[in-house]
Design a protein around this ligand. Structure first.
Ligand SMILES: [Zn+2]
Length: 227
């Protein structure tokens, strides 16, 4: 493996990302056009495309009608990347929940502040997105904060949590049947009551963690696994 080639590939990958964002591309031009555009060797270009594919930026489809499709940016890719580092650090489900216990109440407060400032809470019922029921409630709150970076982090942690819960067969109603339900938290957000929204969300997540501690004690020490 030539080091120079690898460095070139990284530079080309960076340039392709700049072009994707600048031109709003949802598909990359043909290989012949890309070779001309970036003036690099075929192996360097292919390595650049593999790097982008590894990060989930593009999907390479072989054959006619195929090519390099640009994926929409999604936090599950960020969740996958994060889980690699969490795995290497030996972090557990408990660590993820500890952070969620800090983040989620803060986001509920920010969401209620938005309502208080006059922004209309969209409501999950008005959404046609099936993701925005049940567990999607947390995504909805995160999105309503209007903070894209916070949404990205929070949703990555939520994705990791959901993956572990599903993998260990935790029934989804464990989250939705809590004494402080999504509806309670949502009502406080809708009323534009930041303090109440924050404390209810804290109770909601705390109760979830307590149930896991009682009914699925092994689960909290589950080390996050990548891949
Ligand atoms: Zn919940």
């Amino acid at each position: 493996m030539r080091v120079v080639g690898r460095k070139t590939a990284r530079l080309v990958a960076g340039q392709i990302v700049r072009d994707i964002t600048a031109e709003g591309l949802n598909r990359l031009p043909s290989e012949a056009e890309l070779l001309k555009r970036y003036g690099v060797s075929r192996p360097s270009l292919r390595e650049a495309l593999r790097v982008l594919e590894m990060y989930g930026v593009i999907t390479l489809r072989p054959g006619p009608g195929g090519g390099a499709l640009v994926n929409p940016v999604a936090s599950h890719q960020f969740a996958t990347a994060s889980s690699l580092y969490f795995h290497l650090l030996g972090l557990t489900f408990r660590d993820v929940l500890t952070t969620r216990l800090r983040l989620e109440p803060m986001m509920a407060r920010v969401a209620a502040e938005q309502v208080k400032a006059g922004r209309q809470w969209g409501g999950r019922e008005s959404s046609r997105d099936p993701e925005l029921t049940d567990v999607g409630f947390h995504f909805h709150v995160a999105r309503f904060t209007g903070d894209p970076i916070l949404l990205f982090f929070a949703d990555a942690l939520r994705n990791i949590s959901v993956e572990i819960s599903n993998g260990e067969r935790v029934p989804p109603q464990v989250d939705t049947d809590l004494a402080v339900s999504h509806e309670h938290v949502e009502a406080a957000i809708k009323m534009g009551d930041p303090a109440r929204a924050e404390s209810l969300m804290r109770e909601h997540i705390s109760e979830y963690v307590s149930i896991l501690e009682t009914d699925f004690p092994y689960l909290l020490d589950h080390v996050i696994e990548w891949g």
